[in-house]
Design a binder for this molecule. Sequence first.
Ligand SMILES: [Zn+2]
Length: 203
Amino acid sequence: MKAYHRGNNHSEKIISLTFDDGPTEFTLRILTILEKNSAKATFFCIGRQIENYPEILEITHQSGHLIGNHTFHHSSKNGFYSTEKIIDEIVSTNQLIGEKINVTTKIFRPPFGVTNPHIAKALNKTQHNVIGWDIRSLDTVINDEKKLLNRITGQIKPGSIILMHDTSDKTANVLEQLFVFLQKENYKVVPLNELLKIDVYEN
Ligand SMILES: [Zn+2]
């Protein structure tokens, strides 16, 4: 299965920020920090969370960020689902996103980054681009903000795709510090369509 893990640009200092598992009540603070730094990011949203926070999805979209599909239930059993069940998870989430913000998203990130032949078959059917990452922040695992920041900055290179989660204030704190580093190092944050030169939405 083809998946994108980073951009091909090995000279230009551009990277992408991605936030998984929202929308949540923590998303708004992330949006404020992105806005302050004139950066556009990509949010891989869970259907169930969109049902809980539809207005936050709308604000994220209206602020110029991209929306990707991250399944409807984000089940820990996702890796054991049949092809049909995975298709249902993806299609129902795409439909909900379409209802709320009137776009058809073509990018998908599998929960926990897990892929298998069923998921590959499902994606072949739904025709989504699979988006991975080359820097996993571990922001849901590591509690020390300084350690988290160093983990990310130590791995950044041109073309990097950083995985974070808009599910805690800790991530927002680290994001503020990350922007200080990016500015110092002359890195520019661009949305995934620019980094990967792909269409994120169906025309
Ligand atoms: Zn996730």
